[in-house]
Design a protein around this ligand. Structure first.
Ligand code: ADP
Ligand code: ZN
Length: 373
């Protein structure tokens, strides 16, 4: 991780009534954490919960970048993977905190992808009724989406994110140097959310993402930074308007009604972001079928998610199972599945209902289009 001394960090503010916080973005920014957290935090006892792969790849550089914290900082290494989002792992973190005499005046840092952020975030929001939290996302998906907005959680009885809290961090620090070591499959997963934000933005940015998709795969630093800034800004804006998902925040579920059902049906053997990409494709067909998206726009808007190259796992999904899973989704009220659909770039409709045969049609078309891509 290069030292970012002197380089200015890009800043996005998440405006919240109770507690606003910044998202700071820049290569090598981790080495500036000490100065960035301010006097009141510099002498706190800190626990950094770190993803095992991140520790393995970047461990030495991390301890070097955080050397100003001297002996105030402890490291808890998390076994990588979704299975770590469990009560068992959570209990281990609580025990560690208690054994090492962490008190109310300590600080938790989540250094990893969505798994680390969700688990460490939940630990921070519950330990001694809540201690401050800093997110340092190291995957594309976490940088553009999951580290922003304050959702935390663990899985329970094979149900994802069943137990959780809203807990806003003090700071989200995105050091793009971490992303350079991400496997391709993780970039592809993050792209699902990047594509989602492209539909929520404007024509200019949408065209930018389409044009530069290959550069994102190649981890081009400038392009990657640009899409992180744009995605994070959109998410920050939505969260500022609706912190606890009572209305507008539903917009973030674009493609997700389908995606959650796909993940469930495939026993979570698919990455979240990839399911979102497939979900967006199905949503576009559905929007056209029910008459809110023109054929011309459908064909144009399909190009971007189809470029992301879906796994063949989506071709064989059982449509009836998907349909039933969507009806039992925790966001479906009174048995009616509600969709978030694109009617144009920057024009997203919430709570759209659809008939069974329209949903089946959209699933069929998604499978055909993905098979051809
Ligand atoms: P997500 O961020 O997509 O929710 P995870 O937190 O499970 O997912 O992270 C996905 C995978 O990427 C995990 O195997 C994790 O160990 C690994 N990982 C996270 N950050 C990096 C990184 N900067 N370089 C390489 N691998 C990483
Ligand atoms: Zn998502």
């Amino acid at each position: 991780l290069p030292n970012n001394n002197g380089n200015t960090l890009k800043k996005i503010k998440v405006n919240l009534e109770q507690k606003s916080y910044p998202i700071l973005i820049g290569e090598g920014s981790l080495s500036r954490l000490y100065e960035l957290i301010g006097r009141q935090n510099q002498n706190k006892k800190i626990l950094a919960v770190i993803d095992g792969n991140v520790e393995r790849i970047h461990g030495k550089l991390i301890t070097k970048a955080l050397k100003k914290f001297k002996n105030n900082i402890d490291y808890y290494i998390l076994k990588p993977g979704e299975r770590s989002k469990s009560f068992k792992e959570l209990n281990k973190i609580y025990s560690y905190l208690i054994d090492k005499k962490f008190g109310r005046d300590s600080l938790l840092i989540a250094l990893g992808g969505g798994v680390t952020g969700d688990l460490a975030g939940y630990a921070a929001s519950t330990f001694m009724r809540g201690i401050p939290l800093i997110h340092i996302p190291t995957t594309l998906l976490a940088a553009v989406d999951s580290s922003i907005g304050g959702k935390t959680g663990i899985n329970f009885e094979s149900k994802k994110n069943m137990i959780g809290t809203f807990c806003q961090p003090e700071l989200v620090l995105i050091d793009t140097a971490f992303l350079q070591t991400l496997p391709k499959a993780e970039i592809k997963s993050g792209l699902g959310e990047v594509i989602k934000y492209a539909y929520m933005s404007d024509r200019k940015y949408y065209a930018f993402v389409e044009k530069n998709l290959e550069k994102i795969f190649q981890k081009d630093l400038r392009i990657t930074e640009e899409i992180i800034i744009k995605s994070a800004s959109i998410k920050a804006g939505v969260v500022a308007h609706d912190e606890k998902e009572s209305g507008l925040r539903k917009i973030l579920n674009l493609g997700h009604t389908f995606a959650h059902a796909f993940e469930s049906e495939l026993n979570f053997k698919i990455k979240h972001g990839e399911a979102v990409t497939a979900g967006i494709i199905a949503s576009l067909y559905l929007a056209n079928k029910i008459g809110i998206l023109s054929l011309k726009n459908l064909n144009e808007f399909l190009r971007l998610p189809l470029k992301a190259n879906l796994s063949d796992k989506f071709f064989m999904l059982n449509k009836q199972n998907i349909f039933e899973l969507m009806q039992s989704d925790k966001k479906a009220r009174s048995g009616k599945t509600k969709f978030v659909l694109v009617s144009n770039i920057g024009k997203i409709l919430l709570d759209v209902e659809a008939e069974r045969k329209e949903i089946f049609f959209a699933l069929e078309m998604m499978q055909r289009a993905a098979a051809k891509s």
